[in-house]
Design a protein around this ligand. Structure first.
Ligand code: BEZ
Ligand code: FE
Length: 642
């Protein structure tokens, strides 16, 4: 059981499109009458929207917000604030503008409305990192937490892809560190995983279409969620390193996050395997560290500290600074360990991540899938790829042992050995696993106006004996006489001429002729042809339920699984009409057994029909002894080209 304390931060969040237009109202809610509008360079358009929305409430502006909140900049802004007598702060921009707003709020206690235009997320936290003489001092105070945050997706639409990537990964980093931070809790975890999945899902969509508003909205939501994680749970090695490198070497904030995150994940992975698995799942990647690295690479984001301007000579100092003050981190922090991580990040190496069973399996799957990539037949490639993915996932999910797999191979081997032109154990396997019926369901769904098909089964014999209309195909086998009167039509109900109809069935004990040792030649099977009225008639006997062949591996399997072996009683039809698709189907006896538990899952409601009990003379004048049954049915077949 997990024990935790969750403190929700009290910010009001307004999220949507065009929300910046409601800024004046938000300022008034906080009692503000004299606004100091803060922004950083490059945010003129967004600042302009805010200025227009605020109108006469703006008494002064400061557009010089800078990265890492340098104290000198804050002091200049303080002078403007005092001079103007401002009573409310409104900031528009990324982390720099938000940071300046927080620094001013800390010094004055003024309320803040923050309008973030990137995904930095610091608007949701009471944390402020200020730089002075190349060192960063980080503090956390409720006074720094903005009262209101206005997220306006419109203001992020023009954010270039490169900034969106680094800023999005910055947000992801907040979520990642919250997941293994000492201050985490289940609610924060869920928001963190959502934020990671949102960023990983949205960035590729944005790369494909820069105008994708839903992707923008997802990213901004991720920024908000990740920001709340940062506020609630705290940080570890990653954020310390980013602040150290930013403060001591002037590296750009979001880019540094983007380069370092995969390497910090790789460093911490051995000590937080469960968290890494959850992150990997949220990313949709086999491994967290390489998953983030691959995402960044695929989006053209930065991968090396060297490219960000970090001098190689500074790596030792950076490693020392990062471990000088102890703080919680899943894996022990050593100067050598952090130096190794920084070396990898400086060179932009792809982290391999720990070779866990999951990652090795995932790689194996991808290797096998890739081996089919050049198959000339695209459908074959898709079928093989899907099969391999599902089988590998099955092996992993079931934690399959070697002896279990050997047993499965033995089962399949015997299934093959038993199969012959007159015994199809493989088809039977497909039938009892419901696969034949699943394929059949798909086929039927494509031809809804026709009679549903049903499995062929193993007892069809090519070239059955021709029979005349009205003849008796039972060969005098005992049983309840059955008069069959069927009509074959097209989908419009027009009768079809010259249709070949093969029928076959079991006897009253549930045996097909091929299973009767005493039986010479075919019986209870025949080929008939329709006339112009599309109709044919014959005498037979009522079929009984019967067990599928149980003397092979499939029977063994059914017995081991505690399943019965029975099929509901039925009559088979194979209908071949010129210019029409061949229909293989069955009609089930509505008062028969096993209709609800047919062992090959072949029963379909439209195929369950009454074999009506009758006495007295039959339709052709023959007078059976006692009761007989009447089966009347119309089959509708589909044209060859639908
Ligand atoms: C049959 O109806 O003949 C049958 C179908 C599937 C498996 C076994 C028998
Ligand atoms: Fe059958």
């Amino acid at each position: 059981m997990r024990t935790f304390v969750h403190t929700a931060q009290p910010a009001r969040v307004v999220f949507g499109s065009g929300t910046v237009d409601g800024l004046a109202e938000e300022v008034r809610r906080l009692g503000g009458k004299r606004v100091l509008l803060l922004s950083g360079p490059g945010r003129a358009e967004a600042a302009g929207r805010a200025r227009t929305a605020l109108g006469a409430l703006v008494v002064a502006e400061f557009g010089g917000a800078a990265a890492h909140t340098p104290v000198e900049v804050t002091e200049r802004a303080m002078a403007v604030l005092r001079e103007a007598g401002a009573d409310c702060l409104v900031s528009v921009g990324g982390g720099s503008a938000t940071g300046l707003s927080k620094a001013l709020a800390l010094r004055t206690g003024l309320p803040q409305v923050v309008v973030p235009t990137t995904y930095a997320g610091s608007e949701m936290t009471p944390v402020l990192g200020e730089t002075h003489d190349g060192r960063t001092l980080t503090r956390s105070s409720p006074a720094a937490l903005p009262e209101t945050v206005v997220y306006d997706v419109d203001l992020t639409l023009s954010l270039p892809l490169s900034t969106s990537v680094t800023s999005g990964v910055n947000a992801m980093a907040h979520a990642v560190e919250a997941l293994y931070s000492a201050g985490g809790d289940p609610a924060t975890d869920r928001r963190a995983l959502d934020a990671i999945a949102l960023v990983a899902g949205a960035l590729p969509r944005l790369a494909a279409d820069a105008a994708d508003r839903e992707a923008r909205s997802d990213l901004l939501q991720a920024a908000w969620l990740a920001g709340t994680c940062l506020a609630g749970a705290g940080t570890a090695l990653h954020h310390t390193l980013c602040h150290t490198l930013g403060g001591a070497f002037g590296l750009p904030h979001a880019e540094t996050h983007t380069v370092l995150l995969p390497h910090v994940l790789a460093y911490n992975a051995p000590s937080a395997p469960d968290v890494m698995r959850r992150i990997a799942r949220a990313l949709g990647a086999p491994d967290a560290a390489s998953g983030v690295y691959d995402l960044v690479t695929s989006l053209g984001g930065p991968t090396s500290l060297r490219d960000l301007g970090m001098p190689e000579s500074g790596l030792d100092r950076a490693a020392e600074l990062a471990v000088v003050t102890p703080y919680p981190n899943p894996r022990d922090l050593t100067t050598d360990g952090v130096r190794g991580l920084l070396t990898d990040a400086w060179n932009g190496r792809r982290p391999q991540g720990p070779a866990t069973t999951d990652t090795v399996l995932a790689q194996l799957t991808e290797q096998v899938v890739a081996s089919f990539a050049r198959a000339a037949d695209a459908r074959l490639r898709d079928l093989l790829t899907g099969l391999v993915r599902h089988l590998h996932a099955y092996v992993a999910e079931q934690d399959l042992t070697e002896s279990e797999w050997a047993r499965a191979i033995d089962h399949l081997t015997r299934t093959g050995q038993l199969s012959s032109p007159i015994r199809q154990e493989f088809v039977l396997l497909s039938d009892v696993l419901g696969i034949s019926s699943a394929v059949d369901v798909l086929t039927n769904s494509r031809t809804p106006d026709t009679t549903p098909s049903a499995v062929l089964g193993p007892f069809y014999v090519e070239g059955p004996p021709e029979a005349e209309h009205g003849s008796d195909i039972s060969g005098d086998l005992p049983g309840t006489p059955l008069w069959v009167d069927v009509t074959i039509t097209d989908t419009a109900g027009e009768p079809l001429d010259d249709v070949i109809v093969d029928v076959w069935q079991a006897d009253e004990d549930g045996f097909y002729d091929v299973q009767l040792p005493e039986q010479e030649g075919p019986v209870l099977r025949a080929r008939l042809r329709t006339g112009a009225d599309g109709r044919l008639t014959f005498w037979s006997i009522l079929p009984a339920h019967y067990p599928v062949p149980g003397d092979g591996p499939v029977g063994e399997m059914l017995t081991a699984a505690g399943r019965h072996h029975y099929r509901a009683p039925h009559l088979h039809f194979m209908i071949s009409a010129p210019g029409h698709r061949r229909l293989i189907t069955q009609l089930f006896v509505s008062d028969g057994s096993y209709l609800d538990s047919d062992t090959v899952f072949g029963v379909k409601d439209p195929l369950v029909v009454d074999f009506v009990p009758r006495t007295g003379p039959g339709p052709d004048g023959r007078v059976p002894e006692g009761q007989w049954r009447l089966l009347e049915h119309t089959f509708r077949v589909a044209p060859l080209v639908l």
